[in-house]
Write a protein that binds this ligand. Structure first.
Ligand SMILES: [Zn+2]
Length: 195
């Protein structure tokens, strides 16, 4: 074996040994044990001045169909598709009044995203199995709308269960100035009315 090949093998072995250590470590920190129920999502809506901030938290099972790190190509595709669906704020949220426009959106798929793709490929090709933590994984999305006519804002329809049919119920808490409310949205009830 040429010297370079031996060196490569040594480096490779070292990287694998280190990556499995790193793997266990990062799993521990990034995967939080959450008490989510499959089929149910949570949403908070905060309206202050002209700003409407919406946070959505759902189980990865409901949004992408699994809760482990996406290793396979079809799993990575599901993540990309779900991100696009969440990004399409107009299809999820319909404001009645308000003249609201989306200013900012971001989503957090880190619980199911595999950031170590090269190492993971290496592990897969060498058939080293590292057990996945059997925990729940959440996906979060954030939306910031600016509403130039906030006084005319009457309601918000939320079609999250049409976009992600596995989400059967959405627990919504909202706060608008001094008022606040709570709604359980489902198939036949998708509107939050702001009093
Ligand atoms: Zn779960």
């Amino acid at each position: 074996m040429p010297a370079t090949a031996i060196l490569f093998a040594k480096v490779c072995f070292l990287m694998l040994a280190m990556s499995s250590l790193c793997y266990g470590h990062s799993e521990h920190h990034h995967k939080t044990i959450s008490a989510h129920k499959h089929g149910e999502a949570e949403m908070s809506i905060a309206i202050e001045g002209e700003d409407v901030e919406i946070d959505l938290q759902g189980s990865a099972a409901d949004i992408v169909g699994f809760e482990h790190k996406a290793h396979k190509d079809d799993e990575k595709l599901k993540l990309a598709q779900a991100k696009l669906k969440l990004q399409a704020a107009r299809s999820i949220f319909q404001f009645e009044g308000g003249d609201c426009k989306l200013l900012e959106h971001n989503s957090d798929f880190s619980a199911v995203e595999d950031k170590r793709s090269n190492i993971a490929d290496h592990i897969h090709t060498t058939h080293i199995n590292i057990p996945e933590a059997k925990q729940h994984s959440d996906i979060n999305a954030h939306y910031h709308f600016k509403c130039t006519n906030i006084d005319s804002l009457k309601s918000l329809s939320i079609n999250i269960n049409e976009i992600f049919p596995a989400i059967e119920k959405t627990d919504v808490s909202w706060i608008k100035n001094q008022h606040q409310g709570h709604e359980k949205l489902g198939k036949n009830h998708s509107k939050v009315i702001f009093k």
